[in-house]
Design a protein around this ligand. Sequence first.
Ligand SMILES: Cc1cc2nc3c(=O)[nH]c(=O)nc-3n(C[C@H](O)[C@H](O)[C@H](O)COP(=O)(O)OP(=O)(O)OC[C@H]3O[C@@H](n4cnc5c(N)ncnc54)[C@H](O)[C@@H]3O)c2cc1C
Length: 452
Amino acid sequence: MAQYDFDLFSIGAGSGGVRASRMSASYGARVAVAEERYLGGTCVNVGCIPKKLLVYASGFAEEFEAAAGFGWSVGERTFDWARLLENKDREIARLNAVYARLLDEAGVQRLEGRARIVDPHTVEIGGRSFTAANLLVATGGWPTLPKIPGIEHAISSNEAFHLKELPRRVVVVGGGYIAVEFAGIFNGLGSRTTELYRGELFLRGFDDDVRRTLADEMRKKGIDLRFGADIARIEKRGGVLRARLDDGAELEAEQILYAIGRAPNIAGLGLEQVGVALDGAGAVVVDAYMRTSVPSIWAIGDVTNRLNLTPVAIHEGMAIAATLFAGRPTAPDHSDVPTAVFSQPPVGTVGLTESAARERFGALDVYRTSFRSLRNTLTGSEEKTLMKLVVDRASQRVVGAHMVGPEAGEIIQGIAIAVKCHATKAMFDATLGIHPTAAEEFVTMRTPVATS
Ligand SMILES: Cc1cc2nc3c(=O)[nH]c(=O)nc-3n(C[C@H](O)[C@H](O)[C@H](O)COP(=O)(O)OP(=O)(O)OC[C@H]3O[C@@H](n4cnc5c(N)ncnc54)[C@H](O)[C@@H]3O)c2cc1C
């Protein structure tokens, strides 16, 4: 390998690239990582972390209301968007520095700038060329926008994290988790919020009960949620945006945020020239070990457009390091990956939806409960919590667990261990609850609601 400058050259220092680089270096490899924008990638800078901070911020309005039911009087409330963003940016700058330190301490050479692949072993960055035995494409994704008149007036999630002012009115377009989360953030912070999705029901791929429950709850919180709706054109008059919808209706807003999907970030990377195969969506095609069609080039994370989540990119980063430098060929495990939507209320899910399980296993036992939480008996809130277990009737294995309600992500993380261990419904039943919690419902559901 000494014929090359490095054993591994990672393009992109996001969730996947950083982990692959650090782990590879820990196995003794000589590693470089190139980053053109921000250390830590999407998740740290314009994704999971700032998003969750904004979700926290947006939850306080309801908390103040709820406090009254418990005897508290909350005085006059004001909200300072600029202060929130300043605090958020300070935390992100701290995290950027942590990432720099972790890479430096691991002995990974950091290079700033946009990298381009020149040949199967050579990368060019800022006019300099580097060679490596293995190249790793870990360039993530980038928001897509539709080609409609006036789209230049709209923003993506990238800009939403840096708005000068909180919009008085906002239209969020999209039906994926990012759109849903931003609708909740803006609504909670006091913006009059409309969410448009062109399909019949948002959160495609999630369990139908979850999708319907969340839609009901978001509407209860005042979000104008419209399905089967899309924007045909946008105009700007004065400081106000006017969206004309496909059905002729008009909406006015200070901001229009598109969160309709993300495309693999491959522009100008030189992949096609060196013969790396891409799929129809521009994602890098990889085998089970994340090797591309060019043997010395590998790819992980969102650029492969499989399960676009930070823990998955990290897991793939560790797998590739083990494969290349620890003598342990490791294929990532994409089964039973738990995930959350930080909507309000949040969603947590692991395993198969009812419909996917029905397709895979045929006969199921489905357990479902919907209730008002103990806390809400005093807050006056009508919010409902939904919990659902999908059980393969033949094996009695719990193959899916789904929740909409407070702390759903935290609760499902624990349930995910049981699902990953192939726990049966009898094992759930044998587990005692923690009383009084909402989570105990997951071990006390006894009667199937729907059978097939
Ligand atoms: C708004 C939002 C919210 C999200 N929330 C969550 C969440 O709650 N939970 C979760 O698990 N996931 C979440 N995600 C998804 C998560 O951020 C991604 O799955 C994760 O960041 C993917 O990691 P990655 O390493 O593949 O790419 P990234 O983290 O995107 O890193 C890629 C890096 O490569 C750099 N780069 C690209 N091209 C080049 C080049 N040519 N040269 C040099 N550098 C380059 C980029 O600047 C970037 O820093 C969210 C995403 C968004 C947009």
